[in-house]
Ligand binder design. Structure first.
Ligand SMILES: O=C(O)CCC(=O)C(=O)O
Ligand SMILES: [Fe+2]
Length: 262
């Protein structure tokens, strides 16, 4: 039975559409096996790309502090990434532009609003905004990647109860729906999530395969990388934004691509 028919049958049988899609994707990803062998082997960890000297990452305009380092998978918790004023300014820039967050359908590539992601969000193209230009440069220096490889900064706002269920940030190369975005600069290789406010309760960034939970702190960030030089993708970086318990949560995300993002 082709994937589309299975999906339709499951949806007709009242399965949650996101769940149905996930099952079908996993089932067919295994069979697709169009991937070169080395990409199917266990992930090989090299030297983390993130650039630090001792406990600091020195960027051209700010010293960022490394609080936590994990090597396998590569995860780092950083502090002092943005100043309080910069956090507030980014929130003001995004506040009027927020729209319900969408995810890309792995089957069709369409944008879908689903209960797996209940935040509101906005991309912030740099244009001639000097704050965004400064932040893009700083983040490129932290992630040790060319500034052109970064997607536009993305702000997310979660109200009480809102969440982003665990997901990888890379695009499964065997899913037909991701082919178009993969043409725009190749695969995603790393993510930096900056917390723009202190959350009153919960709203952690969770890594279910690691039992790791990063508590939001204004100006701090979590970095993780999931593609190596062989093009392997690290499933251990599965992560999500846990439901906010009280207050609200603002984050600024930078997704870094393999090549220049267009
Ligand atoms: O809100 C969070 O803690 C996670 C956000 C996230 O996973 C993303 O922006 O890709
Ligand atoms: Fe994510």
């Amino acid at each position: 039975m082709p994937p589309q028919d299975i999906l339709a049958a499951m949806t007709a049988a009242n399965f949650d559409p996101a769940y149905a899609e996930q099952v079908v994707r996993e089932r067919f990803a295994a069979r697709a096996a169009g991937l070169p062998r080395k990409e199917r082997e266990p992930y090989r960890y090299g030297t983390p790309r993130i650039r630090h000297q001792g406990n600091l990452i020195r960027t051209s305009d700010r010293d960022v502090r490394v609080l936590v380092r994990l090597d396998q998978p590569v995860v780092a918790v950083l502090d002092n990434v943005l100043s309080d004023e910069e956090c507030d300014a980014v929130i003001s820039l995004a506040r009027d532009q927020l729209a319900p967050s969408a995810t890309l359908s792995p089957a069709t590539g369409e944008h879908q609003v689903r209960d797996t992601r209940t935040s509101r969000g906005a991309f912030l193209p740099e244009g001639d905004n000097s704050l965004l230009r400064r932040l893009n440069r700083r983040i490129a220096e932290i992630t040790n990647t060319p500034v052109t490889h970064g997607e536009a900064l993305h702000v997310l706002h979660y109200q009480v109860g809102a969440e982003y269920k665990p997901h990888p940030d890379y695009f499964d190369p065997t899913s037909p729906g991701f082919a178009a975005t993969l043409k725009r600069g190749g695969q995603r290789t790393a993510t930096l999530i900056v917390y723009l406010n202190d959350v009153e309760d919960a709203g952690d960034t969770v890594f279910p395969k690691l039992g790791l939970s990063v508590v939001p702190k204004k100006g701090a960030a979590v970095y993780f990388e999931y593609m190596n030089d062989d093009g392997q993708l690290d499933e251990a970086t599965l992560h999500g934004g846990a439901p906010v318990g009280a207050g609200d949560k603002w984050v600024l995300t930078k997704w870094v691509r393999q090549e220049a993002f267009r």
